[in-house]
Design a protein around this ligand. Structure first.
Ligand code: PSU
Ligand code: MN
Length: 309
C-alpha cells in the first residue's frame, strides 16, 4: 500500500465517476496570505467550487502524507501554522514526507499531486516564473518545469510583475506550454489586466479551452496548459501604484539579501503591507474568479471525456 499519498474518498469517487474535480494549492494558504483571511479564502474557494457543481481537492502534506482533498480542519491547521509550514515544490516532497512533516504545496507540488490522482484542472492565484534578475541568479520557478511535465490545465491570473513576465513567457514557450488568454489577448499581471505582453492564443469559452486540452492529451503531448484569466476590472489595481510598491519590495529584498524559496513569500507579504491590504483584497477576488473558470473548464472536459468513450 502507498502510505505516502491519501486521495480523499469524495475526490476518488468523483474521478471514477467522471465528475469534475478542481485541485487547489496550499502555499497560497500558508505563505501567500495572512491568517485568518487565508483560511476564510480557502474555505470560500472550496464552496465556490461546490456551488458550481464540482468537487474541490485542496492539496497539502499533512504529517508526512500527501493529501489530495484536505478537510476543513486540515485547511485551518495549515492556515494557522502559516509560514512555519515548509513550502513544498517538487524537490521538497521526498524529504518532507519521509520526515513525517507538514508541507504546503506550490503550483509545481500541486500539479504533481494532480498527476498522481488523475485530476485535469487546477485553480490558483499566480504562478511562479523567471525572476527579474534570473539571467544572473538562475532563479526560475520549478512551476515552469512542472508545466512542461504534468498534464494539468492550470488557471491563474497571470504572473506578478515581481517576475520578469517576458522571460517567463519565453521559458514557457521553450517548455512547450501553451499560454491561453481567457477572453484576452494580453498576458495579465495578477493585480492588473495588462502587462504589455501578448498571450499565445485567446479563447473565449470554457468549451474551447477544454477542447484544446483534450486535443493535447489525444496527441500524446506531455505537460500542462496555462490558462490566464484577468482579474475582474472592478477589483483590478492601478498599475502605477502597484508597480511602485513592487519596486520598493524588490529593493528591500535585495538589500536584505533574500533569495531562493523565500523570495516569493517575502515579496507577497511586503506588497500586502505596503498597500495596506488593498492588494490582499484583489488577490482574494482573483482567486475566486479563477476557481469559477476552472470549474467551467473541468465540466466541459468531463463532457468531452464521455463522448470520447
Ligand atoms: N505567486 C503568487 N502567489 C503565490 C505564489 C506565487 O502571486 O502564492 C506561490 C505559489 O504557490 C507558487 C509559488 O507556486 O509561490 C512559487 O514559488 P517559487 O517562486 O519559489 O517557485
Ligand atoms: Mn525560485
Amino acid at each position: 500500500m502507498n502510505t505516502c499519498v491519501r486521495i480523499s474518498e469524495y475526490v476518488s469517487k468523483a474521478l471514477k465517476e467522471n465528475r469534475p474535480v478542481v485541485a487547489l494549492e496550499s502555499t497560497i494558504i500558508s505563505h501567500g496570505m495572512p491568517y485568518p483571511q487565508n483560511v476564510q479564502t480557502a474555505n470560500t474557494v472550496e464552496q465556490i467550487v461546490r456551488d458550481a457543481g464540482c468537487v474541490p481537492a485542496t492539496v497539502a502534506i499533512i504529517g508526512g502524507v500527501l493529501v489530495i482533498g484536505c478537510s476543513l480542519e486540515e485547511i485551518e491547521y495549515l492556515g494557522r501554522k502559516g509560514t512555519s509550514v515548509t513550502k513544498v515544490s517538487r524537490r521538497d516532497m521526498p524529504v518532507v514526507i519521509a520526515q513525517k512533516a507538514d508541507g504546503a504545496t506550490t503550483v509545481a507540488g500541486t500539479m504533481y499531486a494532480c498527476k498522481l490522482a488523475g485530476i485535469s484542472v487546477f485553480a490558483t492565484g499566480g504562478i511562479g516564473g523567471a525572476h527579474r534578475n534570473s539571467d544572473r541568479t538562475m532563479d526560475i520557478s520549478a512551476d515552469l518545469d512542472e508545466l512542461q511535465q504534468s498534464d494539468v490545465a492550470v488557471v491563474c491570473a497571470g504572473a506578478k510583475s515581481i517576475l520578469d513576465i517576458g522571460l517567463t513567457l519565453e521559458c514557457l514557450e521553450t517548455r512547450g506550454v501553451p499560454v491561453i488568454g481567457y477572453r484576452t489577448e494580453e498576458m495579465p499581471a495578477f493585480y492588473t489586466r495588462e502587462s504589455g505582453y501578448k498571450v499565445d492564443y485567446k479563447l473565449d469559452s470554457a468549451a474551447e479551452i477544454a477542447k484544446a486540452y483534450v486535443a493535447k492529451r489525444q496527441l500524446g503531448l506531455q505537460g500542462g496548459m496555462l490558462i490566464v484569466n484577468p482579474i475582474p476590472s472592478e477589483y483590478a489595481m492601478n498599475g502605477k501604484y502597484i508597480d511602485e510598491n513592487i519596486r520598493r519590495a524588490l529593493t528591500e529584498a535585495d538589500e536584505l539579501g533574500i533569495s531562493g524559496k523565500n523570495i516569493t513569500p517575502f515579496l507577497l507579504d511586503k506588497i500586502q503591507k505596503l498597500t495596506g491590504g488593498k492588494s490582499l483584497a484583489a488577490n482574494i477576488q482573483l482567486v475566486y474568479n479563477n476557481a469559477r473558470l476552472a470549474c467551467a473548464i473541468a465540466k466541459e472536459i468531463c463532457v468531452l471525456n464521455k463522448t470520447e468513450k
